[in-house]
Design a protein around this ligand. Sequence first.
Ligand code: 8OZ
Length: 374
Amino acid sequence: MNLASLKDRCTSKNLMSLPITDLFQPFRLGPLELANRIIMGPLTRARAGKGDVQGPLNAEYYAQRASAGLILSEATQISQQGKGYAWTPGIYTDEQVAGWKLSTDAVHKAGGLIYAQLWHVGRISHPSLQENEKLPVSASAIAPQGKAFTETGFVPFVTPRALETDEIAGIVADYAHAARCAKTAGFDGVEVHSANGYLLDQFLRDQTNKRTDRYGGSLENRSRFCLEVMAAVCDVLGSDRVGIRLAPVSAANDISDSDPWGTFSYVVEQLNQFKLAYLHCVEGQTIGPRDIPEGFFVKLRSQFEGVYMANNGYDLELALKARRENLADLICFGRPFIGNPNLVEKLRTGEPLLDAPRETWYGGGAAGYTDWPA
Ligand code: 8OZ
């Protein structure tokens, strides 16, 4: 179904004069006026250059997609320690800031808005991606199942080193530094990536956090790191330019929790103190099925006193339903933005979407990146 066919079905004159959906209508997000409620989700594309610096090609890619209501950048590491994949960009050096400035300028020139997604992968890394081949860090010394994506291919994950209690303040400071860098680079805000089994998620969930200090054990303790990061980032940018991403029921990167509802309803309640720009949830399995416990995200959303951004497997039909039933304020589209830079227009007119093959997703150059027809 597309919007054109939906309109065809409305025969009453009255109905025709009413907007069928507000999906394509402007939306106020903190100080920003989004052109529509369609968000380009964070998409790892692994095309950064030397020093994890983005360049003109990345700027062209983002500018091509500027008709999204808001672009969320690909996950971007806050430090070398936060890196877990080959060729992902950073946002902590002057060169990285200058590189990102090309993208934010290009997006703004094209009439769009862009947030940076701040990322620390924790144990989802490998010594070959770390400074001096150090061990990756996590809440506890528990190895994830699976393989790391390095410059020489996939290699098994290693057992990470558990962070010392007194190291955590330094990582909070790294997030604040990255937020300052994002501001200097011209981003309109930042999203803290606290989902998909990366560092903050490793602290939140009880399968990966076996700590006995003030960052482990109780819900209050497991949430402490994430909330400290949010406070620090809000301090830098103002909370109305800060969002957070959670994936409460996703098992991505070998993570789980004995009580996802207990953990994440607590986290969301605590997040209310900040008055964030939004809460962004991966509903179901990351890059996988929307297998959601009954009512989970409806309840979670009702607990959050702010804008709710829904993500995972959305197509036009599901997005229209989400707005019709007011299940979400903003709808994130991820993979469809790879092959359809003008996705918003295509959804509006019903033009068929192109499906970008998996081989184009990660790594490489312009092919499969900036050469999709608009
Ligand atoms: C796919 C490939 C590499 C990274 C995430 C940042 O899961 C990612 C990611 C996804 O959030």
